[in-house]
Design a protein around this ligand. Structure first.
Ligand code: ZN
Length: 248
């Protein structure tokens, strides 16, 4: 039975039995880790503070045959500004689900971990949450190697386009000449395309002040979600929730 320590963010959980909880942690060294926190739902459990959703903690874990277990944890950051705001909670839950669905134990864990931690810090202060979701989706996909090609036609390489279409199946934009190659391609305005390029080029924290009109936001949402759902091949549960409460 091996013991190991790691810092990690809690990106998901489900209750187990009467007092336990299975956590999904995201760590810099191992990416996703599933670990059981025994007795965590009992009052005064020493594990409670450090194992809540979004908690960034240092964990002492015991390797198990099927599932590791949490022996100790020390809270580093609770992100209470997210937790006390229902809208921010709902978006955070969506970001965490996207992360869980799109990552395995991967060699880019360190980079993805830093990115997600930065996302949580930004989620405490970002004003336009739907726009933040668009930035998160594009940046996460890019980090995992699935960035859509938005700088030239994905089929012929044409850079100068009067009109452009976005094809999730093709993985990027198509010019007038090539648009019929992807029958599900969506027409996209120059302005929306410029915002997508801006998001992919700029640093995450520089985008927190970005403002765009509602038409661009609507178009960006349509294109992004089409692309993300195509990549994931399923619809995240938390996205339905955001839609149900009309936040998106
Ligand atoms: Zn083309």
């Amino acid at each position: 039975m091996g013991l190991y320590t790691t810092e990690a963010v809690v990106v998901g959980y489900r209750d187990l039995g009467e007092a336990d909880r299975i956590l999904t942690l995201f760590s810099p060294e191992k990416g996703k880790i599933h670990a059981v926190a025994r007795g965590v739902r009992r009052p005064r459990s020493p594990l409670m503070a450090g194992t809540q959703l979004f908690s960034y903690s240092k964990f002492l874990l015991v390797e198990g045959k099927n599932l590791d277990s949490v022996s100790q944890c020390e809270l580093k950051e609770s992100f209470f500004k997210i937790r006390e705001d229902l809208d921010r909670m709902a978006y955070g839950a969506y970001f965490a689900e996207l992360l869980r669905l799109s990552t395995r134990e991967c060699d880019k864990s360190e980079e993805v971990f830093r990115f997600f931690l930065k996302t949580l810090f930004l989620l405490e202060v970002w004003e336009d949450l739907p726009l933040m979701a668009r930035a998160f989706e594009l940046k996460l996909m890019a980090l995992l190697g699935f960035a859509p090609q938005v700088f030239c036609c994905v089929n012929c390489g044409e850079k100068r386009m009067e009109n452009a279409w976005f094809g999730s199946l093709s993985g990027g934009i198509l010019c007038e000449k090539c648009k019929d190659r992807d029958e599900k391609a969506i027409k996209i305005s120059k302005e929306t395309l410029a915002v997508m390029r801006h998001i992919l080029k700029k640093r995450y924290e520089e985008l927190a002040k970005l403002q765009v009109n509602s038409q661009i936001k609507g178009e960006l949402k349509k294109v992004n979600l089409d692309f993300v759902l195509h990549q994931l091949e399923r619809k995240p549960r938390t996205l339905r929730f955001l839609e149900d409460i009309s936040l998106l």
